[in-house]
Design a protein around this ligand. Structure first.
Ligand SMILES: Cc1cc2nc3c(=O)[nH]c(=O)nc-3n(C[C@H](O)[C@H](O)[C@H](O)COP(=O)(O)O)c2cc1C
Length: 606
């Protein structure tokens, strides 16, 4: 790919912002608002500043590279489904029989030679400028502070290159890095991730682990960094496969790790296994803060860069954001890789408001009793798919997985407490709902069969039902029913909790004839008329083992948890914008949003 800025000008409708804007909140808030718009564009900030530190940076900041599906497709050079078809064909490759078949297989085999990265013997463009250890100063990079509650500035689009202790395996992972000072970064590789496994090897051997972090270059490197490749497979193979061109790598100056020649900025250093430091808080892609926790520290040895580097960054927070588009490509491209372990899987979808690991919808062909349950266990047992908290399986006659209205109707017509599996497994390190970190509840819904026979016996209006509900529980404030045309309408109530939701829950037995599925959320920061954000909230906030009851009806407690619920961890806050920063950007004419927009995406407290 030619130089990214030029490419984005020609292909991505790049928006250039020459107004000086602060790396603390201003630039991230503008990018956050932009990527939520229907027609979102990539943004180049040519004059980043840090007013608190009195810095005017000479490196521009590039954001929202994956601004839309259309742009993501252009970055790949074709639709992700086409990439998936190529992978599928390779996975099904059989030794050709006969000369005709051999000839037909040749293009596929030749394209494979482009998969393996090439190690170049010379220096790369990313090493045009070399800053020696004594002169390293991370303050020279326009590292962003996204949220007012963040523990500091974070590199959010760092490609973290590592290798195993024996040098045989290489890995690229995208992990955030907190800037502590002029030459130290917090290394947020989570415990399940590949670089963390390498780190364990170094720790056992008592050796410092070399790490090289790259920023920029071909945007496909970024996507590869977040792709859930199986352990031991270098993500640069995927790069070669997508581009049909070998990745060209050069050796880091101070260690043996190879990085793409054309990245913009390279930070080399090592992680001392004996040292950790508090990392966070950080407003994360769940839309919640991840709280302070000790993580390894990277000490920087040298920084190299192109003569005219660009600093790439992203904002994570409440959906929809840039990771929606990266995740969409991942979902499509990894479908063929899921099929060998679940051959009757037709398709799957990870809705962005389920922030990927909180909700998966999967369509399958059922061949025998328990087939959907078999898939649930398969998903929960494999790689990063095992982070998925809630999985809903539908049959091959179900509507398209992206037709959310009709698919929801299909599911609600088949929802049966007898076909709900609640169990336990590993959860993403970021999950805040589980009673303890890393392990928590899992929900599997088998909606593959026939419609259930019975629906609500006596339907009531929202106001009638609210009155009855309030007579039982005075914490209830509002009530709204969705999908009343189905066998299992969703009854949502908001509460101001004075006691645990499930205390006295059996009293709701009297409402059994009116309600089949009840969802409870807090009144604060939730809008009962905004199902998109309600789904985001509920799947984030629940631990299936603790927060779902199947009797006297299906009840889901999607409220924030605290002492009254017996929850012993610290419950994190939502990522919320700074109202003054938004106003300032409005006043400068840089954003144009109204109350409806602010409300729709939960930008401010409500
Ligand atoms: C924007 C963004 C930020 C991410 N930040 C982190 C992070 O800080 N730590 C982490 O372990 N994973 C993070 N991830 C997820 C990893 O990149 C992803 O799980 C990847 O597959 C890990 O690679 P690995 O399996 O080679 O370790 C992030 C993903 C995205 C899209």
């Amino acid at each position: 790919m030619v130089e990214v800025i030029e490419w984005l000008k020609q292909n991505g409708d790049l928006k250039i912002i020459d107004e000086p804007l602060d790396v603390i909140l201003e630039i991230p808030h503008l990018a956050y608002v932009e990527v939520k718009k229907e027609d979102s564009r990539p943004l180049l900030f040519t004059k980043p500043v840090n007013r608190a530190k009195g810095i005017e940076y000479d490196i521009p900041v590039l954001m929202n590279i994956f601004a839309s599906k259309a742009l993501t497709e252009k970055i790949f050079g074709r639709h992700p489904d086409e990439v998936a078809e190529g992978i599928d064909a390779l996975l099904k490759l059989k030794p050709p029989k006969g000369w005709k078949a051999k000839l037909a297989a040749l293009p596929k085999l030749f394209s494979l030679k482009n998969v393996f990265p090439k190690r170049l013997k010379f220096r790369g463009e990313c090493q045009e400028i070399i800053i020696p250890k004594g002169e390293v100063d991370l303050d020279k990079l326009p590292i962003l502070t996204t949220w007012s509650g963040d523990g500091g500035p974070f590199i959010t689009m760092g490609q973290v290159y590592t290798q195993s202790l024996n040098g045989e395996m290489q890995n690229l992972g995208m992990y955030r890095l907190q800037q502590y000072d002029k030459n130290r970064l917090g290394m947020h590789w989570q415990i399940h991730k590949d670089a963390s496994h390498f780190f364990d090897q170094y720790q056992k051997a008592g050796k410092k682990m070399p790490v090289t972090v790259a920023v920029g270059g071909d945007p496909l490197y970024i996507w590869c960094g977040q792709a859930p490749m199986p352990h031991g497979m270098f993500e640069m193979l995927l790069y070669g496969l997508v581009r049909n061109k070998n990745a060209e790598l050069v050796k880091s100056i101070t260690n043996d790790i190879y990085i793409p020649r054309d990245v913009d900025i390279v930070i080399e250093g090592f992680v001392d296994p004996k040292l950790t430091e508090i990392e966070g808080p950080f407003g994360d892609h769940t839309g919640y803060y991840t709280l302070k926790e000790p993580f390894p520290v990277m000490e920087v040895e040298t920084i190299t860069m192109k003569k005219k580097p660009v600093f790439q960054a992203t904002v994570v927070g409440k959906p929809p954001l840039e990771d929606k588009y990266m995740g969409w490509a991942t979902e499509r491209i990894f479908l063929p890789m899921l099929k060998p372990m679940a051959p009757d899987l037709i398709d799957y979808n990870m809705p962005e408001n389920g922030v990927f690991h909180n909700l998966i919808l999967a369509k399958m062909k059922t061949l025998y009793k328990g087939h959907a349950q078999q898939f649930m266990h398969a998903f929960w047992g494999v790689g990063q798919m095992s982070f998925v908290k809630h999985a809903i399986f539908v049959g091959e006659d179900a509507p398209e997985l992206e037709s959310f209205e009709s698919l929801t109707e299909y599911i609600l017509n088949r929802l049966d407490p007898q076909k709900i599996l609640i169990t336990q497994g590993i959860v993403d390190q970021l999950d805040h709902a589980s009673p303890e970190q890393l392990v928590g509840g899992k929900l599997g819904v088998d909606a593959t069969g026939d419609e259930v026979s019975r629906g609500v016996e006596t339907a009531l209006s929202d106001s009638e039902l609210l009155k009855k509900m309030q007579a039982i529980n005075s914490d209830v404030i509002e009530l709204r029913q969705y999908f009343t045309q189905t066998k299992n309408p969703v009854c949502v109530v908001t509460v101001t909790k004075s006691k645990a939701v499930f205390e006295d829950i059996q009293k709701l037995e009297t409402l059994q004839e009116h309600i089949k599925l009840l969802v409870i959320v807090d009144k604060t920061n939730n809008d009962i008329d905004n199902p998109y954000m309600l789904i985001w909230r509920v799947v984030n906030n629940i631990d299936a083992q603790r927060d779902i009851l199947l009797d006297p009806m299906i009840i889901i407690d999607g409220t924030n948890k605290g002492e009254i619920d017996g929850y012993e961890r610290e419950w994190p806050g939502d990522t919320l914008c700074d109202a003054d920063v938004l106003k300032g950007l409005q006043a400068k004419g840089l954003i144009d949003i109204d109350e409806v927009f602010i409300h729709k995406f939960g930008l401010l407290e409500s």
